[in-house]
Design a protein around this ligand. Structure first.
Ligand code: ADP
Length: 489
């Protein structure tokens, strides 16, 4: 199967969240299954082309935009340690910037940038003579490609047998665009924009809706989220569209690329460890504490709870800010944070780091190595999300024997099972109601297990032996792709 994956983020070249990890791991797994994937993404100014071995090709593509054409050069490289080709689309006015979506405030021309990209994907396929069976688009940034496929490109022989699959990673970001601009850039024109058309939502253009309506099959990143988003509480206003397309909507659980996220081979760790080697894991914790100025006179036995996260309302940061200072002042645990996001949260965490230097380790920023180290060094991983389409970090944490404390929502419900003291099954601690009391109760249950053998070893063994491999998830996608192809042929 020829699969063209189009994404605004692909790790390690450009990453803002889990989308980048998935866009990189799926194609590698598909290639292992004998499929033929390529990846297309924008050439952002910050991508280190030398480091990743990208070469400028002699191809210039011509991309129709509204009533004019724009030009872009193609760079070619590979996903690391693979033979999967990656094409970078160079259009410096749009992409030679420090951010993916903004820096830090959203760029005002994201409509134009991503409509251009969504169309350039097709011109790239033609230019490199890759006739796709599937165009796999991800989130609102590439949603317009589903409309371009059905409206323009399916009529060309080259794409006449191509099916479109659209994956929703997060409904909270929909791409609300000004109609007169978006309908112009996309070439569809205002005649196709009217109340109830596939381009219209609440008098704006909504890219997410376009992806949902035009795709042959729609997937989202966990089975529970696929159910949740049919109801208003989680649908971000798109329940009608999602229910209309309900027969074509499938939840495919995201997977972990264990060649990268595995403590036995992870060079970022202070010390590598395998299943059951908890004394080495403990050394990782002690190294981390030492590096952060905690000495032997301090109580080294306190549990270490960490977070690696975007600091947004989605991630349940309000629950944490409401009680964290109290927990620290009571000496319940140590807390480590790596994150970027809203200033109301970063200000709070910086304050805590300043006030409790021995208990709270706060790193505001983006740091891949530190993220791996935190998964290795921590006892618990906190993720009290309001909603969570899938979440990768709780799965990474478990692989590192770090026990997740999560709110049961979306992919967290599909991946974290409460530890049961009778059966010794389960590998985390969970709560459901979004309130401080239930949150606190789950933390207290977690800390009590930390102090109880053999439960503490049982739960960590359970966590490390879970299998959420991206190979499984890639296979599920291949099934969806077959259904999509059956629909168009
Ligand atoms: P989301 O996509 O909603 O942000 P996920 O859990 O699916 O959440 O994926 C987040 C990804 O981004 C993970 O790979 C995580 O390790 C990484 N990440 C998030 N924040 C940071 C940070 N500040 N530094 C390094 N990596 C981060």
């Amino acid at each position: 199967m020829n699969i063209l994956l189009a994404s605004s983020e692909v790790a390690p070249f450009a990453k803002a969240g889990g989308l980048a990890d998935i866009a990189a791991s799926l194609p590698i797994e598909w290639a292992k299954y004998g499929q033929n994937p390529i990846v297309v993404m924008p050439k952002y100014g910050f991508i280190d082309t030398d480091k990743y071995g990208f070469k400028l090709t002699d191809i210039t593509i011509v991309v129709p935009m509204g009533y004019w054409h724009e030009y872009a050069r193609l760079w070619e490289g590979y996903l690391p340690n693979s033979t999967v080709p990656v094409y970078l689309i160079e259009h410096n006015i749009y992409f030679d910037r420090n951010g993916i979506y903004g820096d830090p405030i959203e760029y005002g021309d994201n409509d134009r940038r991503f409509i251009f990209f969504s169309r350039a994907v097709f011109e790239t396929a033609k230019a490199v003579n890759f006739r796709p069976d599937i165009i796999h688009a991800h989130d609102f940034h590439t949603a317009f490609s589903m409309a371009f496929l059905k409206s323009y490109y399916n009529q060309e022989w080259f794409f006449s047998e191509t099916a479109g699959v659209y994956t929703i990673h997060n409904l909270a970001y929909q791409g609300w665009f000004n109609p007169s601009n978006a309908m112009l850039y996309s070439g569809f024109g205002m005649s196709q924009f009217y109340q109830g058309s596939w381009f219209e939502k609440n008098t704006s253009v909504n890219a997410m809706k376009i992806g949902i309506m035009f795709a042959d099959k729609i997937t989202t990143v966990s089975p529970t989220y696929a159910k949740e988003i049919r109801y208003p509480y989680y649908s971000e206003g798109l329940q009608d569209e999602l229910n209309l397309r309900g027969a074509d909507l499938v939840g495919v659980l995201n997977g972990v690329y264990y060649d990268e996220w595995n403590p036995a081979i992870d060079d970022n760790l202070y010390l590598k460890y395998s299943d059951g080697q908890f004394e080495i894991k403990q050394k990782n914790k002690l190294e981390f504490l030492k590096e952060h100025g905690v000495s032997a006179e301090d109580n080294l036995d306190l549990p270490l709870i960490s977070m690696v996260s975007r600091l947004t309302e989605q991630k349940g940061i309000d629950l944490i800010t409401s009680k964290l200072e109290y927990y620290l002042s009571e000496g319940m645990f140590r807390f480590a944070l790596l994150g970027t996001g809203e200033s109301r949260y970063t200000d709070f965490f910086r304050y805590l780091g300043w006030k409790y230097p021995n208990l709270a380790f706060v790193n505001i920023g983006y740091d891949n190595t530190l993220s791996h180290r935190l998964f290795g060094a921590s006892d618990f991983f906190l993720m009290p999300s309001r909603f969570e389409p899938c979440g990768l970090t709780q799965m990474y944490a478990m692989k590192y024997g770090t026990i997740p404390i999560v709110r049961i929502a979306g992919g967290l419900a599909d991946t974290v099972e409460e530890y049961n003291l009778e059966t010794n099954k389960g590998s985390g601690f969970t709560f459901w109601q979004y309130n401080a009391e239930d949150f606190e109760a789950s933390i207290k249950r977690a800390i009590s297990i930390y102090n109880q053998q053999p439960h503490w070893d049982n739960i960590r063994n359970n966590a490390m032996s879970n299998n959420f491999s991206s190979a499984k998830s890639a296979l599920e996608y291949l099934k969806v792709f077959k259904w999509a192809i059956e629909k168009v042929r």
